[in-house]
Each structure stands twice: as structure tokens, then as C-alpha cells.
Ligand binder design. Structure first.
Ligand code: BG6
Length: 510
């Protein structure tokens, strides 16, 4: 993001560990392919998939092409741009645990250097299971090319650590091998167009910032709901749960975008400093307080969108008595001048009624109400709703006089919709993030202190939940909005969760 000219990145050699895996198949290669079509790939580049599976270059290509057909926003034609793009892909079969095998990488770099006639950026993308990350990082750190902080970069996927301690250890390990500016910790939410647009909305308009504080805002809500269950990822999810999977990273990052102070420049560190200030100001609860501020849930068996689905505890690789949360809701506070006493309610979960990620800024009521009482029957407070996905829009709700002889007020929405404002298709998050890695812009990536500050916030909740086994799981049905306690969390403050109607044209199955 924030690429303000049309120059392509310098020559790049991208090694993808986990080349034969799901992330590469669904997200990374489709993203690189779309960058290629949009002429954002470097003039000289090569992508090397690394994996243990035996593949010839041709078979690897066939595997990736199937991913394009299924997951890319543009479907490739085998003899069209895919053919040109695929000339830049090769496969390296190696065991990432075998130190000797890393010589193959060194040779590949030399080979491409000779072919390109220049030393390229060398990017190592670790699209592998989290337990493999330390071993790979250590072995890469031993290679001479990795000492070149200007051109060599390592990209680490989430989850970044399992808790504060392990995240800290991973940071220490990576820092021992690489300089901070070489490390790109991915949070794909930060690559989403609608998320980046929060900065434009807040800081490119004079309108919002003066009222963007505790004097005018009553509370903020974030809902990140999914209709899917754990989808065969039970093994991963058993070690994660919704709080680790969504709140520690994506949702806290959204809070940062909403709550941060205005940056004085778009320098990567400046933006990240402002975000980390928010994380450091979020109130950390004691274990006794957790039950007042956080709610967990797990889905039962049931029906969703006309399909019968098993309970979480019946999913593959899930323990029959699993205490893992598939839903969480938390009320956060940010203890600083701007946000003191303004609650930030967040909720996320699997198998919920609607696939939607929305942020709601609920304003306080007008200070005086001069209208006749009957005018107020349908009167509502101002509200700004930022729809991150699947719809992409921003709605400002205000009051209007209903046409007619009586003075009746009712709420109307002023809507900015991406679909009607812009004709071009927006890039996928991974396109933006991969382009940033190639150009060396770390603004949208997590710095080590951000990751640890985020873990500090959720550790007491995790610890309290870990200490007290849930007795009421499963406690919500598929196709609902989660457990009743989540309604109570907000209702006891006299508020309610905001949802928007499902639009007719949206695919509801995701
Ligand atoms: C991932 C989580 O980080 O984000 C998944 O591991 C979740 O469990 C996904 O489904 C949601 O991403 P998106 O972009 O579909 O909201």
C-alpha cells in the first residue's frame, strides 16, 4: 500500500516454504498472478515453491493453475497470461528440516543472479505450520545472503506465537538472525482495501477527526462473523480458538486503526508507533475481572443455510470434551484522553448467522431535543458503519424529516459504496501485502512490539478461560449470533449489537 508511483519493484526471487500447501494454492500464487496481470510484478522475477511433495515443475504448475481457477479473482487461461506467468515459477523439492538442503537455495540465488544480471531481492515466505517456523528461520539465518538486510526479507504468517511467552521467544530468535526491517509479520486484515481506507476516512477528511473522541462517541463495536465452521482445520483450531485466531491479531488491529492518533507521516514506523500506543493503552483485566468483560462460546450441531452441520466437538481432530472457544466477545477500554470510558465491544465466531465484518461508531445523542415528542418516535442517534466485508461500504446514519405535513423524524443512511463509486475491482489483501514485501514497505506488517503488546492484552483472558473449564459448552446453535451471554455483555450497558441486513447479491455460504 501507499505506493505513490507506478514503478515496479526491483528484481525479486521469492521462495515459498509450504509451496505445495493450501495457503500458496489459495492465496499466494493467485495474488502474485494478479499482480503480474496488473503489471506490478518486477521485470525480472522468479517464484520458487519449496515443499516435501515430489513435483516436476510441470506438475507443480498444474497444481497452482487449479488454484487460480478456483480461488483467483481473475481466472487464468492456460494459454494466455498464465502461460507467461508460469515461466517464472519453479519447484524445489527439499526437506526444510535438513540443513544441507539449504545449499540448494544458495545455488538457486546464484543461478538467478547470473540470469538477471543483478542481485535480486531474496524473499523467504514461510507459509508453513507454526511449529516449523523456528527451525526454518534458524537455518535461513545461517546463510550468508540473509545477512544482507537491504535485499533479503523473511515473511512470517500468523499465528505469531501461541501466547506472550512463545511470541517473545520467536521474536528473540528472529531478531538474532535478521534485522527488524527484514521481518514481515503478516496480518492479512491490514491488506484489505476497506481496512486501509479507515486511515483515509479519518485523516484525509476534516469532518470526522474533531468528533472522533469520547466527547461525541458513545461506543464502538466490531463484529467479525463467519458462517463457516472450522472447515477441517480442527487440528489447528484446537490449539487456537477464536480469541487467539481472530481477536489477538485481526480485531485488535482494527481497534488500532479506529483508535490511533493521527500520524505525522506515512513512514512505516510512524504508523506502527501510533498503533502500538493504542495497544499499550488498552486496559488489561485481572483474572477476576475477565468474566465481567469477556464471553466465550462453542457451537453445537445444527443447521446453517439449509445444511446440517456437526457440533465443534464432533469435528475432525477435535477432542470430544474440547473447551476451545469458537466464539468470543470482549468489552475493551482504552485508557487515554481520547477514549477514556468509551467501550469497544468486539465479537467474532464461527457458524454465525451472517458472514460480515463491520465496525460501528455509535455517536452520543444530540445535546438538546427541541422537537415535539411525537417527532421522536423513530428517532435514532447518529451512527457510522464501516463494512469491511463482504459488502464494502461506509454508511452515515442521520435524522431526516419524513416528507409530509407532520414533523416526523426518521433515520436515513448516506452510503458510500465501493461498487458504485469505483469501477475497477479492488486487489485482494495478499496482493497488496506481497507487493509491499517486494518494494520493502513494512507499514502494513506487525512489528515485534505490536505483536507482544497484543498478546499482553489477551493473556489474562486466555489464562482465566484456561483455569476455568467451561461447563455450558456447546452454548450456541449454528445460524445464531452466538451465546446469550454475548447479548447480555452489551445489553447490561443498555446497548445492543448492530447488524446490517444481508444484501440479496451476497454469497451467503462463505
Ligand atoms: C484467519 C483465521 O486468520 O482469518 C481464520 O485463521 C478465519 O480462522 C480467517 O476464517 C478470516 O479471514 P477473512 O479474510 O475471511 O475474514
Amino acid at each position: 500500500m501507499y505506493t505513490n508511483n507506478n514503478t515496479r519493484p526491483p528484481a525479486s526471487l521469492i521462495f515459498i516454504f509450504g509451496g505445495s500447501g493450501d495457503l500458496n494454492h489459495r492465496k499466494l500464487t493467485p495474488a502474485l498472478y494478479n499482480l503480474f496481470i496488473d503489471q506490478w510484478m518486477p521485470e525480472k522475477f522468479n517464484i520458487v515453491g519449496i515443499g516435501r511433495t515430489q513435483y516436476s515443475d510441470a506438475d507443480f504448475n498444474t497444481f497452482l493453475f487449479a488454484g487460480i481457477q478456483e480461488f483467483s479473482r481473475r481466472k487464468g487461461e492456460e494459454n494466455g497470461s498464465w502461460k507467461d506467468f508460469s515461466q517464472h515459477i519453479s519447484y524445489l523439492q527439499m526437506d526444510a528440516e535438513d540443513e544441507q538442503a539449504y545449499q540448494k537455495i544458495v545455488e538457486k540465488v546464484k543461478e538467478k543472479e547470473a540470469e538477471f544480471g543483478e542481485h535480486p531481492n531474496v524473499i523467504f515466505y514461510l507459509a508453513v505450520a507454526p511449529q516449523l517456523v523456528p527451525g526454518i528461520a534458524k537455518k535461513l539465518g545461517g546463510l550468508k545472503i540473509c545477512a544482507d538486510a537491504k535485499t533479503t526479507r523473511i515473511v512470517v504468517e500468523k499465528p505469531f506465537g501461541h501466547d506472550l511467552q512463545s511470541a517473545h521467544e520467536l521474536n528473540e530468535l528472529l531478531r538474532g538472525m535478521f534485522a527488524e526491517e527484514q521481518i514481515y509479520r503478516i496480518d492479512h486484515y491490514l491488506g484489505k482495501e476497506t481496512v486501509q481506507n479507515i486511515l483515509a476516512l479519518r485523516f484525509a477528511n476534516a469532518l470526522f477527526e474533531p468528533i472522533w473522541n469520547r466527547n461525541y462517541i458513545d461506543h464502538v463495536q466490531i463484529t467479525a462473523a463467519e458462517t463457516v465452521g472450522v472447515e477441517g482445520r480442527g487440528g489447528y483450531y484446537e490449539n487456537s480458538g477464536s480469541l487467539r485466531d481472530m481477536v489477538q491479531n485481526h480485531i485488535l488491529q482494527l481497534i488500532c486503526m479506529i483508535a490511533m492518533e493521527a500520524p505525522v507521516s506515512f513512514d512505516a514506523n510512524e504508523i506502527r508507533n501510533k498503533k502500538v500506543d493504542v495497544l499499550n493503552a488498552i486496559r488489561i483485566y485481572s483474572s477476576k475481572e475477565v468474566s465481567q468483560y469477556a464471553v466465550r462460546g462453542q457451537y453445537s450441531a445444527g443447521w446453517i443455510k439449509g445444511k446440517e452441520v456437526p457440533a465443534y466437538r464432533e469435528e475432525k481432530s477435535v477432542e470430544p470434551e474440547s473447551p476451545v472457544d469458537t466464539f468470543s466477545a470482549v468489552k475493551f477500554y482504552i485508557d487515554n484522553w481520547r477514549w477514556q470510558d468509551v467501550p469497544f465491544y468486539v465479537r467474532t465466531g464461527k457458524h454465525l448467522h451472517q458472514k460480515t465484518t463491520i465496525i460501528t461508531i455509535q455517536f452520543r445523542p444530540a445535546p438538546q431535543f427541541a422537537f415535539p415528542p411525537e417527532a421522536a418516535e423513530t428517532w435514532r442517534r447518529n451512527r457510522l458503519t464501516i463494512s469491511i466485508q463482504p459488502e464494502m461500504d461506509i454508511r452515515l446514519r442521520f435524522q431526516a424529516k419524513k416528507p409530509g405535513q407532520a414533523m416526523i423524524l426518521n433515520p436515513v443512511d448516506m452510503i458510500f459504496s465501493y461498487e458504485s463509486a469505483y469501477k475497477s475491482q479492488e486487489p485482494e489483501a495478499y496482493e497488496t501485502l506481497l507487493l509491499d514485501v517486494m518494494t520493502g514497505n513494512a507499514t502494513l506488517f506487525m512489528r515485534s512490539d505490536q505483536v507482544e503488546a497484543a498478546w499482553k492484552i489477551i493473556m489474562p483472558i486466555l489464562d482465566a478461560w484456561n483455569f476455568r473449564t467451561p461447563t455450558n459448552f456447546p452454548n450456541y446453535a449454528p445460524d445464531s449470533w452466538g451465546p446469550e451471554d454475548a447479548e447480555a455483555l452489551i445489553a447490561k450497558d443498555g446497548r445492543n449489537w448492530v447488524t446490517l441486513p444481508v444484501p440479496q447479491n451476497v454469497n451467503k455460504s462463505s
